[in-house]
Write a protein that binds this ligand. Structure first.
Ligand code: FAD
Length: 324
């Protein structure tokens, strides 16, 4: 079994930055960066809008441009990359079980960095009555389909959630020739930044329903519409204020949560869906660290890159030195 000083799971912005900083900090250390996708970059690869990199690169970039620039800084002679490879288990014996098209194999490590990003909070978490018809997507999932695979999820959408991801997807659907029948937001104001509210909603004249939520999804095999209702100050729907909106797909943009199932399965301590970490990214297991959205949800990718580097310079630098 091959052994590395450092193994990093996930080659998004966080994993790439951590690998780069490890190469710069430890001159003779061995490091492997493992990614289940065919390319490094993570969520950035599907974010083709601009708005990335102003702090870290002092330039406004699209997601793929940011990923490319970040990856170009990585010395690939010092970091072994395993693409198309999924980590399926971490063991207490400090090994990880990986699988790819050649089969399954194990890797041993001294220190492990979890940089697995986030997952979308599913629409099913809201317990909205429906016959579970086709056509209910996470907003990030739809973004992946449209921006990376050129697949249209439908013709007319209703979007639940007016944070930045919901807003950006509303604009994207319109640019791709789809209709957005409504963006529905439970709070009194959209949660996204002002620029996105203006350019993604008002400029495109998309109907915005604030203080409202979806109380039913209609359709047997395929979504045919939703019923929305106004909510009171406790965010409870008022069933006397319902309105039917026809659509053939629903995008749910109700938030992200850290993807930490591998750490959970190996017994790392978790509180309210977040790994228990100290301020430098150390978990309750002495060899496990986390950075990027796996540690906490970051709205700005620049902060993902800089905090991942900081974790290496502080926690890993100190602990690896101590253990050597
Ligand atoms: C829709 C959307 C729009 C955004 N817009 C902006 C914006 O305009 N400006 C901005 O600054 N930020 C934006 N952000 C935020 C920013 O893009 C993210 O915070 C950042 O890219 C997260 O990086 P990460 O490395 O933590 O996670 P990710 O990019 O999610 O990377 C995690 C990686 O881990 C891999 N992985 C997961 N599990 C495994 C496993 N078991 N085995 C192997 N590999 C695994 C995944 O395939 C992925 O490549 C946006 C985010 C989203 C979701």
């Amino acid at each position: 079994m091959k052994k590395y000083d450092f193994a990093i799971i996930g080659a998004g912005a966080a994993g790439i930055a951590a690998a780069g900083q490890i190469a710069r900090t430890f001159s003779n250390a061995t490091c492997v960066l493992i990614e289940k996708d065919s390319r490094p970059g993570g969520i950035l690869l599907q974010c083709i809008h601009t708005g990335f990199g102003l702090n870290y690169f002092k330039q406004e970039l699209t997601g793929p441009e940011y990923a490319q620039k970040a990856f170009a800084m990585l010395d690939t002679n010092k970091t072994e990359m395993l693409l198309n490879t999924t980590v399926i288990e971490i063991s207490h014996e400090k090994t990880i079980q990986c699988c790819n098209e050649h089969g399954s194999f194990s890797i041993a490590f001294d220190k492990l960095v979890l940089a697995t990003g986030s997952r979308e909070i599913p629409f099913s978490a809201l317990s909205v009555p429906s016959n579970r018809p086709a056509g209910i997507f996470g907003a990030g999932e739809a973004q992946l389909l449209i921006n990376r695979y050129a697949i249209r999820p439908g013709n007319t959408a209703v979007i639940l959630g007016a944070g930045d991801i919901g807003l950006i997807m509303a604009r994207r659907l319109v640019f791709e020739g789809m209709q957005v029948a409504a963006v529905i937001e439970i709070r009194s104001e959209p949660g996204g930044v002002k620029r996105n509210i203006q350019t993604c909603i008002y400029d495109l004249e998309i109907p915005l329903h604030t203080e409202s939520t979806i109380i039913k999804v209609h359709g047997q095999d395929r979504v045919t519409g939703v019923t929305l209702a106004r909510v009171n100050s406790a965010c409870e729907p008022d069933f006397k204020t319902t309105e039917f909106i026809a659509c053939d797909f629903v995008l749910s943009a109700i938030g992200l949560m850290p993807e930490i199932s591998l750490a959970k399965n190996v017994g790392a301590q978790i509180t309210n869906g977040h790994l228990q970490l100290d301020q430098h990214g150390r978990s309750s297991l002495p060899w496990l660290y986390a950075c990027g959205n796996a540690a906490r949800i970051f709205p700005i990718v620049d902060d993902v890159s800089s905090t991942a580097e900081e974790m290496v310079s502080t926690a890993l630098h100190h602990d690896h030195g101590v253990c050597q």
